[in-house]
Design a protein around this ligand. Structure first.
Ligand code: RB5
Length: 152
């Protein structure tokens, strides 16, 4: 599991890293490592690269609201980043959307809720079936748009 955060997400990242360690989950910490101001796209990119290149199976991203990290991560095909503020969304994000990146708002979530969301997201499998073809459609659409723009 790869973890990254900006300065606003740093304290929650540390708590999640410890939580995962206690659960026996192997983690790769991709920063940031203080509350000094940094730019969230730089850290979203680290997770995107780690997941797409297979260094980590999945990733967790944290900024103040989670919004910027989710926007930045989801620009990359193959990344399905889910911004979750509750247990139900975290569960559905795995069951229906096969989310490979969990995004959290460090300035929004209390610790207990954040750990509940992380555990749910970790422990819930993808249901496949009808959801598989829906995910494929997202990629197909993106490929068509890229071709039209002359990228592919
Ligand atoms: C940083 O102040 C804040 O803008 C950032 O953490 C995040 O919430 C952006 O979406």
């Amino acid at each position: 599991m790869a973890l990254a955060a900006d300065h606003a997400g740093y304290p929650l990242k540390e708590a999640i890293r410890e939580h995962l360690l206690n659960r026996g989950v192997r983690t790769v910490d991709l920063g940031t490592n203080s509350t000094e101001s940094v730019d969230y796209p730089d850290f979203a990119r680290r997770i995107v690269v780690a997941v797409l290149e297979g260094e980590a199976e999945r990733g967790i991203l944290i900024c103040g609201t989670g919004v910027g990290m989710a926007m930045a991560a989801n620009r990359q095909r193959g990344i399905r980043a889910a911004l979750c503020h509750d247990h139900f969304t975290a569960s559905a994000a795995r069951r229906h959307n096969n989310a490979n990146v969990l995004v959290l708002g460090g300035r929004i979530l209390g610790r207990d809720l954040a750990m509940e969301i992380v555990d749910t997201w970790l422990d819930t499998p993808f249901e496949g079936g009808r959801h598989e073809s829906r995910l494929e459609k997202m990629d197909e659409y993106q490929v068509r748009v890229e071709r039209r723009k002359g990228k592919g």
